[in-house]
Design a protein around this ligand. Structure first.
Ligand SMILES: Cc1cc2nc3c(=O)[nH]c(=O)nc-3n(C[C@H](O)[C@H](O)[C@H](O)COP(=O)(O)OP(=O)(O)OC[C@H]3O[C@@H](n4cnc5c(N)ncnc54)[C@H](O)[C@@H]3O)c2cc1C
Length: 194
């Protein structure tokens, strides 16, 4: 049998096709990279305080990309990040705590502190906090009592870390209530002790 007369033409076509495919996939790859990085700039994903953390690549189909972003990249949470976030939560809670809390609310504060001292996701901090609570049991008979007690225990942690002590008479200036329309974020207390 003689050689297929179309063979050289088919081989040329195959080479051309491979070449086009390679260029096309390179091109698409570049496009995807470009799109991903421009999304990151225009609509950054998440922010944390730590500027030293390397950025983490995100899957373009991830819903994370739709989250609003501040300016910095995501990375592992440090003990300091966790501490600042937790103090923000606790001081804000104290700022919104009712003047006249219910018995349940007072019990909740004690339980919350107790749970923190067991489950705070930094073992040494949790153990340290447990010790602090032992000599300073939570006091939450009123908004002022709670926020002053919290300021005091925060200062105890500050001292142990060699940080400056915060002037507790200025705690209300530092930590206010959440900005919520028509007090919709306020915790409600009661004048009755039930
Ligand atoms: C329960 C708990 C226990 C911790 N234990 C440890 C530990 O054992 N070891 C460790 O390394 N880290 C610990 N941390 C973390 C540590 O307290 C800090 O959060 C972290 O070191 C970051 O400190 P920072 O200087 O950024 O400010 P932070 O101490 O996080 O304070 C945040 C902000 O609160 C304000 N502030 C400071 N002091 C007071 C105060 N007394 N009252 C009201 N507002 C104040 C300041 O404006 C400050 O910028 C603990 C955190 C918590 C929540």
């Amino acid at each position: 049998m003689g050689e297929n007369p179309w063979q050289p033409l088919l081989q040329t076509f195959e080479k051309l096709s491979n070449c086009v495919q390679t260029h096309l996939s390179n091109f698409i790859g570049i496009q995807n990279t470009t799109r991903r990085s421009s999304t990151t700039v225009q609509n950054p994903v998440i922010s944390v305080d730590s500027s030293s953390s390397p950025p983490i690549a995100t899957n373009s189909s991830s819903s994370l990309q739709k989250l609003p972003l501040k300016e910095k990249s995501i990375g592992p949470v440090t003990k300091e990040d966790l501490g600042r976030a937790t103090w923000t939560f606790l001081h804000t809670l104290a700022a919104q705590y009712p003047e006249k809390p219910t018995r349940q609310q007072k019990k909740d504060v004690k339980e919350l502190m107790s749970i923190l001292s067991r489950m705070y996701p930094c073992r040494e901090c949790a153990d340290h906090f447990k010790e602090i609570l032992r000599s300073n049991p939570a006091q939450a008979g009123s908004q002022e009592e709670f926020s002053q007690w919290l300021c005091h225990v925060h200062n105890t942690v500050n001292r142990s870390l060699g940080k400056l002590v915060f002037p507790c008479e200025r705690v209300d200036a530092r930590w206010g209530k959440l900005e919520c329309e028509q007090k919709s974020c306020d915790l409600h207390g009661t004048s009755m002790d039930f």
